[in-house]
Every structure is written in C-alpha cells, then in structure tokens.
Write a protein of this length. Structure first.
Ligand code: PGA
Length: 256
C-alpha cells in the first residue's frame, strides 16, 4: 500500500509573513489529527525558514520548488541542496513544467539536481506531463515516456522512497481544467509500467505518482482514489488553508 502525499507548490506566492500565516492556518486545521499520508508545503526559498518554524512539531513536511545543479561556488542567484538541507528542507520539486518552459531546463539538469538531492539524503519530486498540443495529437503517452526515459535511468541512488513522480498535464495547470479521473489513471498506469521497465517492478510498485493540475477539494477524492494516483501536487488550491486541507480530507477519504 502506497502512502498518499498531498504537496502544496506555492510557486512565487507568499513571502515570509504571508507564508507563516498560511502554514499556521494549515497546521491549525490539522492539529490533533493523525494523517495516514504525507503532507508537504513548498514555499519560495526566502519563506522556507519562517514556514519551517511553524511546520516544526506538526505533520507538515517542508519542501523547496527548485535547487541548483551544482553544489556551490560562483553561480549567482542559485541555491544549493546543502543550503536547503540546512534550513530543514526534506523534499525538492524538480522539472516543474513552468521551469521547463520559462527557464528552459533540460533533462541533464534534472538528472544533476535529483542526484545531488538524493546524495544529500533528501527526496525529490520529479514532474512530467504533456502540453495540450501533444494531448490533442494523441501523443500524451509518447511524450511522457520520453520525459521519463530521459531522466530515470540516469539517476544514481533513486528508489521508491526517495523519489516521487508527479504527472502534471500542462494544459490542466492553473487553468481550472482537470484531467478526468480516467485520463489521469490511464497515464499514471502507463507511467508506472515505464518505471517498471526502467527501474524494476518493485520500485514501480512502491513509488508514488502524484497528479497535478487544477486539483481541488471537489475533485481530489475521485482523482486520488484512482488505483495508480497516489496523491496530488497542488498549486492554486494550496494557497488557502481550507482548500488545501479539503484536498487532504479527499485523500484521507480514499482510505475509509
Ligand atoms: P494548479 O497547479 O493546482 O494551480 O493547477 C499545479 C502545479 O503546477 O503544481
């Protein structure tokens, strides 16, 4: 049985003060509850310490949205995995579609970053997913295969517990348009089969694959209830405590 994960990707929202308030809101709503899955928030770099103070001692894990592909030195504007570890980061999101698109990040960079994260004893969430054009042309699975094949075989110490995948159809991110549960399940099952080919059947069985793209309280239960969907990577709905906790409730409900 795979443990669900609900991860909030705050993107470029919530400075330290607002982030602390948001995290406190979530923590307050979860207080006293025993969750059967993992809950993670990924604030912007500068807000991580403030959120970490609030997250400390409650079930919310701390993540980052990116890291450098080098360990340190003359890389202006970059933040290393060692620095993230020092401020309590446990998970780092890599290859989000916005970074693929706006920063033109490549498979080689994803591989370097994930290897550094795992080497540092942290965990990575590797995002992948097709754009609308590919979906319309019936190429969604082909694109997903290419994205997974470009990275997974090159990872050095990845296993089912230090790596999480996140399928995020780009056309569903921030658009209010969600993949139907059937569409999500289809790609998740195909992705798991690809993981089995590339990393072995046992890794594929235990590795978590999250769904991301306009996930909200109203659709979380049905999406996360699909057999190969192990949780959600949440953007917009992670910015309001009630919505984020509503999605966690949806994930919990799949276990009842
Ligand atoms: P969204 O974003 O939930 O706002 O669609 C998801 C993501 O980009 O991770």
């Amino acid at each position: 049985m795979r443990r669900y994960m609900v991860a909030g990707n705050w993107k470029m929202n919530m400075g330290p003060a607002a982030g602390r308030e948001l995290a406190a809101g979530v923590a307050g709503m979860l207080k006293g509850r025993t969750l059967r899955g993992d809950v993670l928030v990924c604030p912007p770099y500068v807000s991580i310490p403030a959120v970490g103070e609030v997250a400390d001692g409650n079930p919310v894990l701390l993540g980052a949205q990116n890291c450098a592909d080098q360990t340190g030195g003359a890389y202006t504007g970059e933040v290393s995995v060692g620095m993230l570890k020092e401020v309590g980061v446990q998970y780092v999101i890599i290859a989000h579609s916005e970074r693929r698109e706006y920063q033109r990040e490549t498979d080689s960079q994803f591989v370097s970053k994930i290897n550094l994260i795992l080497e540092a004893g942290m965990k990575a969430i590797f995002c992948f997913g097709e754009v609308l054009e590919d979906r319309k042309a019936g190429r969604a699975e082909e694109v997903v295969r290419k994205q997974l094949e470009g990275v997974l075989p090159r990872l050095e110490n990845a296993n089912a517990y230090n790596l999480v995948l996140a399928y995020e159809p780009v056309w569903a991110i921030g658009t209010g348009e969600t993949a139907t549960p059937e569409m999500a399940q289809e790609i998740h099952a195909a992705s798991r089969a690809i993981v089995a080919e590339l990393m072995g059947a046992e890794v594929a069985e235990y590795l978590r694959i999250l769904y991301g793209g306009s996930c909200k309280p109203g659709n979380a239960r049905e999406l996360i209830g699909q057999p190969d969907v192990d949780g959600g990577l949440i953007g917009g709905a992670a910015l309001k405590p009630a919505d984020f906790v509503g999605i966690i409730d949806g994930a919990e409900a799949t276990l009842d």
